[in-house]
Design a protein. Structure first.
Length: 415
């Protein structure tokens, strides 16, 4: 009887530990807490020593001044005395009791004067030390927190889609360096992910466009045959329309994937010119539907990508024309500069849109009410692309229902 094969053994566990290596004496690590403790403790100790030294010198000076004699004995025979601090005892006929009272008053006055002098000088010394301490503390705090400013500046540059930036923080192995190294590792992974995404978008663009272009060419060749049966021509036109919708869907998805990132290369673009070009492209469709396009387009120059900004205007105007009323419809396209922002406003007549459905319109493949991708009005990516491109340019889009039906779309971009 043949022996049964032995069950497969579990693969060995990896011996490499991806966690960060711990130093042999972690309590000796120059952490931010230890450095700040030593810094502020040393500053407090130095300030205390300086303050005590100044008070000691001032007190010594006050005692030296107070040790000076209050009066001088001029003659022992007549007990004549003279004093610059106590003019009241300069008279020779002063009784003994009055002489003692005058001496006591002079001693009290001199003591009070010495204390006042010591207090005023101590306050001045304390004020000077406080100014020095605040200036030194501000400088040292800026030095300690300077890595945070470097991390913040790098994060802002990365927010502008410059994923090649790295912090590369040097210095002691403390919490800030650990944070910077972790941030650099995260940026490295993000850069690889975005590079892979761009590569995928490029490959998908080529792989998806090529077969659709071949299908369109074959269908157009067959439709150009005058001897083809009517049924075949009808089927060819249906397939050609389906192929065209697939091409629009692919173009929209690729544009949506590319426009999710910030725009790195920016050039001056006039929204009025962009809106005019969009109106010209939709003019024939608007005339076929009986929709009037009007509006005042004032110059509004922004810095961005002209092709993507033209897609914003084109999608908004196309939606305004396609989602309109059957008779006496209109579309208004305005551009202007308002409160330091370039504003593109597209409003139209059309069906009544509930306010709770506004947010859903910006989601991919969502339209008014229950319309889905089977509609002949588009593939459902127009407003998603508009929102994505607007955010990539640092702007925002606002939609609100219009009284009587239709929508008002307002795109604001920084000048």
């Amino acid at each position: 009887m043949a022996a049964s094969p032995a069950p497969p053994q579990a693969p060995p566990k990896p011996t490499w530990d991806p966690s960060r290596a711990q130093p042999p004496f972690p309590w000796l690590r120059p952490t931010i807490r230890i450095r700040l403790t030593l810094l502020y403790g040393g500053m407090f100790l130095i300030a205390g020593i300086l303050l005590l030294s100044i008070i000691y010198l001032l007190a010594a000076q006050a005692i030296s001044t107070g040790n000076q004699p209050l009066f001088k004995i001029v003659s022992f025979q007549k007990l004549q005395v003279s004093s610059d601090n106590c003019p009241a005892i300069n008279t020779t006929s002063l009784p003994l009791e009055d002489f003692k009272d005058a001496i006591s008053r002079c001693v009290g006055h001199q003591r009070q004067e010495a204390l006042d002098n010591l207090l005023s000088r101590s306050l001045l010394a304390l004020l000077g030390l406080a100014v020095i301490a605040f200036a030194f503390g501000y400088a040292m705090a800026g030095r300690v927190l300077s890595p945070l400013g470097r991390i913040t500046r790098t994060a802002r540059q990365v927010a502008g889609s410059d994923l090649s930036r790295r912090i590369e923080l040097d210095g002691p192995d403390d919490e800030l360096k650990e944070l910077a190294d972790t941030f650099d590792d995260m940026l490295e992974r993000l850069q690889r992910a975005f590079t892979a995404q761009q590569r995928f978008v490029g490959n998908a663009s080529h792989e998806l466009r090529t077969p659709l272009a071949i299908n369109r060419t074959l269908l157009e060749v067959h439709l150009s045959d005058p001897d083809a049966p009517v049924e075949l021509q009808q089927l060819g036109r249906t397939l050609l329309a389906t192929n065209e919708r697939s091409e629009q869907l692919v173009e929209g998805l690729l544009l949506l994937a590319r426009s999710d990132n910030q725009i790195v290369e920016r050039k001056p673009v006039d929204l009025a010119e962009v809106a005019t070009q969009a109106v010209d492209q939709v003019h024939a469709e608007a005339e076929a539907k009986g929709v009037e396009i009007r509006g005042e387009r004032k110059p509004a120059v922004v810095r961005g990508n002209g092709v993507l900004l033209e897609r914003i205007a084109l999608n908004l105007v196309q939606n305004a024309v396609r989602y309109n009323v059957a008779e006496h419809g209109w579309v208004e396209v305005h551009t202007e500069v308002e409160h330091g922002q370039a504003v593109l406003t597209v409003s139209n007549t059309g069906p009544v849109v509930p306010a709770y459905e506004i947010d859903n319109l910006f989601e991919p493949f969502r339209r008014l009410r229950t319309e889905r991708t089977g509609s002949d009005k588009g593939v459902g990516l127009g407003l998603s692309i508009v929102r994505s491109v607007t955010r990539a340019h640092g702007g925002h889009i606002l939609a609100r229902p219009r009284e009587g039906g239709g929508l008002v779309m307002r795109v604001a971009l920084p000048v």
